[in-house]
Design a protein around this ligand. Structure first.
Ligand SMILES: [Zn+2]
Length: 220
């Protein structure tokens, strides 16, 4: 495990308790006549992404606490995410798609919304490959929200049965990773909370692309 990675994930865990995105409160008022990103041609930026199923450490995973999703499901979600992020000219390229085994007690805590223990145990008794630019974890439940992006981390979590489309929750969380905040006023927008909106504005595409370039130049 790369030390830098552990450090950044722990930093993320510490922050996870504060202004984290439980995905409920819009914080920005959006302009009403924003240009839609899809109407602007631009060069494609590719970002690496890894997606993981979170399961417990029993010989036969307990389906009460382990995700019911499969690797095939994750590939389908990723295809849908790329349909959405194409608006901004951002392509998510799969690096690892697999299963991460989490000690039962830690996983139970996560189901209740405690992600800190998970981050602290990475490299101790939770094995993960080298991180990609973006890292998504698919979990049975999260204690309420459809998805979360622990503050200032490149990670997101999505539950098994969200109230909106799988690809939409995942793409919304990626939006937070790429520097976008919630919007209000237009439920068709990807960054509006709790709807199936998938639209990105030109301004959002510009910000997301700037963040994506930063990730690439930062060597992730
Ligand atoms: Zn959100």
């Amino acid at each position: 495990m790369n030390r830098l990675y552990i450090g950044s994930l722990i930093g993320a865990a510490v922050l996870a308790g504060c202004a984290v995105a439980g995905d409920s409160i819009p914080t920005l008022v959006s302009p009403t006549a924003a240009t839609e990103a899809a109407n602007v041609p631009r060069e494609v930026i590719s970002l690496s992404i890894s997606l993981f199923l979170l399961v417990d450490d029993k010989e036969d995973p307990d389906l009460e606490i382990s995700t019911h999703r499969t690797e095939k499901d994750l590939r389908e979600v990723l295809e849908g995410m790329n349909d959405i992020w194409r608006q901004a000219g951002i392509r998510l390229v799969p690096e690892s798609i697999g299963t991460v085994v989490v000690p039962e007690a830690i996983l139970r805590g996560m189901l209740a919304g405690d992600l800190d223990s998970f981050f602290r145990r990475i490299g101790v008794d939770i094995a993960l490959p080298q991180p990609s630019a973006i890292n998504g974890f698919y979990i049975r439940r999260l204690g309420g929200p459809n998805g979360m992006n622990p503050s200032r981390s490149s990670t997101f979590f999505v539950i098994d049965e969200p109230s909106v489309f799988d690809r939409r929750v995942s793409s919304h969380e990626v939006g937070h990773i790429l520097g976008l905040r919630h919007v209000s006023g237009d439920p068709r927008r990807l960054l509006f909370s709790g709807t199936n909106g998938m639209t990105l504005t030109e301004n959002e595409a510009t910000v997301a692309r700037y963040f994506a370039q930063g990730m690439i130049q930062g060597g992730r």
